[in-house]
Write a protein that binds this ligand. Sequence first.
Ligand code: PLP
Length: 329
Amino acid sequence: MRSLEAKLADLEEGEQALAFSSGMAAEAATFLAHTRAGEHIVCIGDVYGGTFELLGDNLPQIGITTTFLRGDEVGRLPEVLTDQTRIVFFETPSNPTLDVFDIAAIAEQAHAAGALTVVDNTFATPVNQSPLRHGADLVIHSATKYLGGHFDLTAGALIGPAALLAQVATWRKNLGHLIAPETASLLARSIRSLPVRVRAQNTAAASVAAFLAAHPRVTRVNYPGLATGDHKRIMDARMRAGGGMLSFVLDGTADDTAAVVDRLRLFAIAPSLGGVESLVTQPITTTHHGVTPEERALRGIADSMVRLSVGLEEADDLIKDLDQALDAT
Ligand code: PLP
């Protein structure tokens, strides 16, 4: 475990790292260690469903409340920060709209209010983005995804200064959130190929995104590498590449979209991400099923949205597969 943690700290350019049994274990221990009853968290943009539940349903039961800001409301951060705010939390890029947030600008505002900035770097990976370098205090990973990379383990990681990890380590121990030794060695093995995997996935995802952007049935592609305007400025300043995740919106109904997804041969239907095999999911039926249609509309999560996690297959084969699935109707 110690050698895994040393690797994780190096990857994220942090002083120390803690390994956990899952990404949610890392999040829960971090929130519990750094907030008390009566204190407050701000969560920006779209986050994993489990994170929404933890912050929105579980932590309020013990007096820790969260204000959720949609991605397009990030400008309201200074208004919602209070004397009691201890943490500003966000994913960048976010799921499933692949919004990118300016870590440095958010960290500056959070610090001015005395709050920590905690960034979930699962989608970007340390290969594509280094949040600590841009002012984040702590970085979280669901290591179940890219760090593990083979869909055969669940694990989590937290990286940052030793002084901020010490309290979290106590919670990790007493909640029983330690990583199992066999999983730690499997994860350390996987991390050896992380840069090679992620670079190949970056290149293939960029080709897939360009193909989709030119397809007549596709009305929108969400991919950091294709960002324009403010998102492009943030992407260029904070990320080294666009990553292996993207989503797109079809000009059809939810049923037409499900039919396209069903016709794909090389993309397995599954809500996980970040591994060697390509995956596809329709967010309204899986990851964002629990979000109301009104809220989904506000967040740009269309019924006809498809999310792709690009694996290590040849980009040309993935494009041919998408082409046949899109053209069949
Ligand atoms: N963070 C992100 C961005 C995720 O996608 C997930 C899970 O899908 C989590 C955290 C939670 O991680 P885990 O499934 O390892 O508990």
